[in-house]
Design a protein around this ligand. Structure first.
Ligand SMILES: Cc1cc2nc3c(=O)[nH]c(=O)nc-3n(C[C@H](O)[C@H](O)[C@H](O)COP(=O)(O)OP(=O)(O)OC[C@H]3O[C@@H](n4cnc5c(N)ncnc54)[C@H](O)[C@@H]3O)c2cc1C
Length: 330
């Protein structure tokens, strides 16, 4: 836009514009992360309803609905894989968002300045992860749940393809997810000698130490601890190599963000398991709801968290393979 002969007024103090812009930007990034999470939720709700309703073939292990001409597709392992992935991401993504939101409130309202600073650090660290991971998942889960519908997912009448189209922009605006990853490794990782990182690393380490002897937590704590150790290793590698050669940090950034997000989700699942186990032991509340938390956590640990190992390997591979090819060779 070009405003000929228009008068401009300075808003705020001179040379403080970028800082002011980032206040708006950080809020917008968290908001866009919620857009991704919202799409995961609505896509999952629709996918689940359809999977219980749509009849197609019989279960591999024998008929489940003999009164019907075919079984509902929710009996099929591959349909369950798509639904469980959607459920595991959506519920842990929501927990991560609540944790971030709670810390946003503490950062704004707590009486103790130290607590405000700690919470503000954690929010700053988690903002690029919430924005990039949850919007990536908006597209991925939108696609999984569209797939649950088969051909009906692709045509406009059911509304599923609309979610996928709507999800795609959230990975781009308010700073592409590539830029979020650079923010994580470039600005957040090294800030104040790793002070922001410690706001995440310390509670995770504390949780592992306090719960590793608990027999009922073993199947959840062990994968969390393993993936957490690799996250620390990747962090140290990026910090060291990135100082000598910034391309190393840039090359690692997107895979590192994904690895970080998966570890954060594993931590959220461990917290949810702990709460669910307490409710089941006390026979309080909706027992099926808490059982389903534990089963979904198990799915996450066994069938989603292993992706963090793959991302770790990609991070550790370094920048050479990305930078070797001359632009003319592409
Ligand atoms: C529908 C829509 C609505 C929008 N609404 C608004 C709005 O309301 N207000 C507003 O201000 N903006 C808005 N935008 C702009 C949006 O925020 C930008 O398009 C977005 O941040 C990406 O910037 P760019 O288009 O300049 O991409 P570019 O910066 O040109 O990036 C192109 C590609 O290169 C990558 N890249 C660029 N630099 C680097 C680097 N240093 N290292 C690694 N990778 C890099 C990017 O990740 C991306 O993949 C909107 C855009 C769209 C499409």
């Amino acid at each position: 836009m070009n405003f000929d002969d228009a008068q401009g007024w300075l808003v705020g103090e001179p040379h403080k514009g970028l800082r002011a812009m980032f206040i708006m930007m950080n809020a917008a990034r968290l908001g866009v992360g919620m857009q991704g999470l919202g799409i995961c939720e609505v896509a999952y709700q629709n996918g689940l309803a359809y999977a219980k309703d749509r009849l197609q073939m019989r279960s591999l292990t024998g008929t489940k609905a003999p009164e019907k001409p075919a079984d509902p597709i929710i009996v099929h392992p591959d349909v369950r894989r798509m639904l469980l992935k959607s459920k595991a991401v959506t519920e842990a993504g929501r927990a991560l968002s609540y944790w971030t939101g709670m810390n946003l409130d503490i950062a704004n309202k707590h009486a103790d300045e130290g607590k405000r600073q700690e919470a503000d650090d954690l929010v700053a660290l988690l903002t690029p992860i919430v924005k990039a991971y949850l919007t990536d998942m908006g597209t991925e889960i939108g696609n999984e749940c569209m797939q649950v519908y088969g051909g009906h997912g692709y045509i406009a009448e059911w509304g599923m393809e609309q979610y996928v189209r709507d999800a795609r922009i959230a990975q781009i605006y308010e700073g592409t997810n590539g830029i979020q990853a650079l923010d994580l490794v470039g600005r957040k990782m090294g800030k104040s000698f790793g002070r922001l990182l410690r706001r995440f690393f310390h509670p995770v380490q504390k949780f592992i130490s306090e719960n590793q002897a608990d027999e009922s937590m073993q199947e959840f704590i062990f994968p969390l601890a393993k993936s957490f150790a690799k996250l620390q290793q990747a962090t140290a590698m990026i910090a060291q190599k990135g100082m000598k050669n910034p391309d190393e940090a840039g090359a690692a950034s997107s895979d590192y963000l994904r690895q970080f997000a998966l570890v954060a989700l594993a931590y959220m699942w461990c917290l949810m398991v702990k709460a669910a186990q307490a409710k089941l032991e006390a026979k309080e509340g909706d027992q099926e709801f808490y059982e389903s938390k534990i089963i979904t956590a198990r799915f996450f640990m066994q069938r989603m968290l292993p992706e963090a190992d793959g991302r770790f390997k990609m991070v550790m591979a370094g920048a050479d393979t990305l930078m070797e090819l001359d632009a003319s060779g592409f």
